[in-house]
Design a protein around this ligand. Structure first.
Ligand SMILES: *[C@@H]1O[C@H](CO)[C@@H](O)[C@H](O)[C@H]1NC(C)=O
Ligand SMILES: *[C@@H]1O[C@H](CO)[C@@H](O)[C@H](O)[C@H]1NC(C)=O
Ligand SMILES: *[C@@H]1O[C@H](CO)[C@@H](O)[C@H](O)[C@H]1NC(C)=O
Length: 562
């Protein structure tokens, strides 16, 4: 009894000493769960949710300006990348002192909670609570939703509020109103069409590393890895990169290379990389085979992000950025073949992730992403009334890669996602290229897309019937998933020479790419239909199907001053 009253007394004094946190202000809300999710009713009160709170950064606009200052070849500071501390601790992305003190030291601590500060950027606080505490903290009603396809369940709050004292000090809380997970853009191993000795005619229908070397002038000779040079390959959703598959791939397709060349493994969020043939992931195998097998001699790290959280996969997208940003020797290239529909993200969350990519660029990292496999209908082919841009390709601080097939001429893949963002406007580096496209297009597609949005993709590479080995089987895969690691490899090879000659790696590529459009092979055939419409056409100059075109290693190298 005595203990109980003591406890009560201390609660009372706490409540008096701290601010009230009693008046709630409505934050984000969605009218209903996205298509495909069934509401199973209130979430179990004792289910655990790891709430991620995005704190406002000191100066995100300053970061964008600093990024362009080091990435625009015309700038005096071109290549003078910033340090981790400059970006994260001192200015730019570091959270405002106000946010930390009020959110952490007053609000959470008044509830007996301690938020964990994110590694790297430091602008996220996470706190694990049960549903009943989360409901109380956010004046919300968490419900359980089941996605019809994989049958996976998610706890989400269709609306949430924050106490008035912290409302302006938190940009977004996840998981609340954002449902979707970053899905693999889904390559499937198709019937074997194996051609080991590439010839011009076989490369028209079947892509191997030898085809890419000949098409894009990519050197075969193994480079000596320059200090700090590497490619980070992102792995999500239990996609495992199989070493035996890599060895068979190199034995078949790179007879001139040591078949024991392999990758290093980095893991976070409980990630792993089991090696049984049945667990080999087509996406992961593709990504390591078309980096190690194309960027000959450049070290590759497979970063396996586990699913050590309760409510979806989006956290992995954020965590990999924070994980890599925390490294002092950040890899100069990161390639990611996963994405989702832009409309499935709230602007608040999308902007926060995009700023993290901006920070990558300012550090000197080229963040390379696939554009998606649904043509103009988004991440995957679906019915739609307006064209659907994909995330994160709409973010103007990364490089988005579309897909082509064939060799004379290279032709846009019909599935190559492309279009214009509804969240981000046209960046300066793209203004002329986008205006030229829009003028030439005239009224075609009008009303179906946002003509003032950032256009994507930026570039393209081969993405059909690309030969891989997965689970012991050799076969072809299709998807922009093929194109991203190929483009990343070309950049990593150029970086190797830059670093070896004492220069900075290329970092954020777009201002340099758009200023050197002639260094890419312009693709002027094909289109990306979707939404029962004809989509955009690949035309002379930049277009939202194949971007500026496919890489020419020699010309890009020259553009880099080598
Ligand atoms: C939720 O967590 C709080 C704080 O730890 C605890 O007091 C409460 O009993 C928990 N509720 C449920 C339903 O698990
Ligand atoms: C994109 O949105 C559609 C519904 O509009 C959905 O069916 C599809 O699963 C989404 N794709 C991804 C990758 O989120
Ligand atoms: C179109 O894009 C602009 C620029 O990003 C944005 O401000 C606007 O809200 C978008 N319009 C729609 C209807 O999404």
């Amino acid at each position: 009894m005595a203990r109980v009253s003591l406890l009560l007394a201390s609660f009372v004094s706490l409540a008096v000493a701290s601010p009230a946190f009693k008046t709630f202000i409505a934050q984000e809300t969605i009218p209903s769960a996205p298509e495909g999710f069934a509401n199973l009713g209130p979430a179990a009160a004792d289910a655990v949710i790891n709430l991620r709170m995005a704190l406002p950064s000191k100066d995100a606009a300053g970061l964008h300006a600093a990024l362009l200052d080091v990435s625009d070849p015309k700038s005096a500071n071109y290549g003078k990348h910033l340090s981790k501390d400059e970006i994260h601790s001192v200015f730019f992305l570091a959270p405002t002192a106000d946010a930390v003190s009020t959110v952490q030291d007053s609000w959470l601590s008044s509830k007996g909670l301690v938020g964990k500060v994110s590694a790297g950027t430091g602008d996220w606080l996470s706190v694990s609570v049960n549903v009943s505490t989360a409901n109380e903290l956010l004046s919300a009603k968490y419900e359980t939703f089941q996605h019809i396809e994989p049958g996976k369940t998610y706890n989400r709050a269709p609306s949430y509020s924050l106490p008035s004292e912290v409302a302006s000090l938190i940009d977004h809380i996840h998981p609340t109103v954002v449902f979707n997970s970053p899905l693999s853009l889904g390559p499937v191993l198709s019937a074997p069409g194996l051609v080991a000795d590439a010839t011009p005619s076989s490369c028209a229908t079947t892509i191997t590393p030898a085809c890419l070397q000949s098409l894009y002038n990519i050197p075969k000779t193994k480079v000596t890895a320059a200090a700090g040079n590497s490619i980070a390959v992102a792995g999500f959703i239990d996609q495992y990169a199989n070493s035996a598959d890599l060895k068979s791939f190199l034995t078949k397709f790179r007879t001139d290379m040591s078949s024991s060349t392999t990758f290093t493994l980095q893991t976070l969020d409980g990630g792993s990389n089991p090696q049984s043939a049945s667990q080999a992931g087509v996406e992961a195998d593709l990504d390591v085979q078309y980096t190690i097998g194309v960027a000959t001699g450049v070290p590759v790290s497979f970063v396996s992000v586990g699913d050590n959280w309760q409510d979806g996969d989006l956290e992995g997208f954020l965590d990999i950025v924070n994980f890599l940003s925390d490294e002092d020797d950040i890899p100069p290239v990161m390639t990611t073949s996963y994405g989702e529909n832009e409309s499935d993200m709230t602007k608040t969350l999308a902007f926060k992730l995009c700023d993290a990519y901006a920070a990558f660029g300012a550090r000197g990292v080229s963040a390379i992403f696939t554009s998606g496999d649904g043509g103009v209908s988004g991440a995957q082919s679906v019915s739609c009334s307006k064209y659907k841009p994909t995330f994160p390709s709409g973010c103007p601080f990364l490089t988005s890669v579309g897909s082509v097939h064939g060799i004379s001429p290279e032709t846009a893949s019909t599935f190559s996602s492309g279009g214009f963002s509804n969240y981000w406007g046209i960046p300066d580096y793209q203004a002329d290229a986008a205006a030229a496209f829009l003028t030439a297009q005239g009224t075609k597609n009008s009303g179906l897309f946002n003509a003032s949005g950032r256009g994507f993709p930026d570039v393209a590479a081969q993405g059909e019937n690309v030969q891989i080995v997965s689970g012991g089987t050799t076969g072809g895969v299709d998807g922009t998933s093929c194109a991203a690691p190929i483009f990343a490899s070309v950049i990593a090879l150029i970086n190797n020479d830059l670093i070896a000659s004492g220069q900075s790696p290329l970092g954020f590529l777009n201002p340099w790419l758009y200023a050197n459009a002639d260094a890419l092979n312009d693709v002027t055939a094909g289109s990306n239909p979707g939404c029962s419409k004809s989509g955009f056409a690949a035309v002379s100059g930049w277009d939202p199907v194949t971007g500026l075109g496919t890489p020419d290693y020699n010309k890009l190298r020259a553009a880099a001053g080598l």
